[in-house]
Ligand binder design. Structure first.
Ligand code: SAH
Length: 235
């Protein structure tokens, strides 16, 4: 039986022009595209990836991969999604699975990729620009320089965890920050130099280094923070 191909494509952070040429070509060559959909806790569904695909005007059959934000049965959803993808691949189709940002950086694709590897299904991977790199370009400061390091954390449990991470004297990227609420107070007291960025690359993009702009801001899921080390006030 003639099998198809399985390709993972990182779509970049949201701006349709921030996909690689290679990634765009893979989308054009696809027979079917799978995109992740997040079932949010309030019952709504959201697909950042699908919005990017629409902006790219990709006219290929697109099918959702439904994954809830949390919950014990998550692995069942991954199993289900993987089975569907595999069926299409085994039927001889060029299957593309997309991911917003990069495809191996906190992404649904990472789980599916492991399953494909376990079954020795060859995968082509086309990376994308992760959101924190795109956000870094909005910050008007080098993300990392000289002997400094870079640390990334996600879904911080509490502000103590952030403070501890800040002690490493590295630039700190915090992903999935909407799990905590009191960012205004924390940043005001603890982080003189930071960049907050939400929905980078979209028409709803917002970013600031001024803590006062965050006092009453509702922090959405698609937001991140870059905390710069050892610099006094961000200008
Ligand atoms: N694969 C993605 C990360 C997905 S995890 C990447 O490479 O960037 C989801 C988290 O990524 C969000 O909670 C948020 O912290 C961050 N994120 C993803 N896209 C974003 C965007 N366009 N603007 C701001 N933050 C974003």
């Amino acid at each position: 039986m003639n099998k198809g191909t399985l390709t993972g494509v990182g779509l970049g952070p949201g701006d349709p022009e921030l996909i690689t040429i290679k990634g765009y070509r893979a989308l054009q060559a696809a027979d079917i595209i799978f995109y992740p959909v997040t079932a949010l806790n309030d019952g709504k569904q959201r697909s950042f990836s699908l919005q990017i695909l629409h902006k790219l005007m990709i006219e290929k059959p697109c099918r959702p991969i439904m994954i809830p934000m949390s919950g014990k049965q998550r692995h069942q959803y991954y199993d289900e999604a993987y089975k569907t993808i595999k069926t299409e691949y085994e039927a001889g189709n060029n299957v593309v699975v997309v991911s917003e940002g990069d495809l191996l950086f906190y992404s649904t694709f990472g789980y599916l990729y492991k399953m494909a590897l376990d079954e020795k299904i060859p995968c082509h991977l086309i990376p994308g620009i992760p959101a924190f790199i795109a956000a870094g370009s909005l910050g008007q400061l080098p993300l990392v320089e000289k002997e400094k390091g870079l640390q990334v954390i996600a879904k911080p449990e509490n502000f103590e965890a952030i403070k501890k991470a800040m002690n490493q004297h590295a630039t700190l990227v915090v992903m999935k920050i909407s799990v905590l609420k009191e960012w205004y107070t924390f940043l005001k007291n603890e982080a003189p130099s930071f960049l907050y960025a939400e929905q980078v690359g979209t028409e709803h993009q917002f970013f600031t280094s001024s803590v006062e702009e965050l006092e009453f801001r509702k922090i959405p899921y698609f937001s991140l923070l870059i905390i710069y080390p050892g610099i006094s006030k961000h200008v």
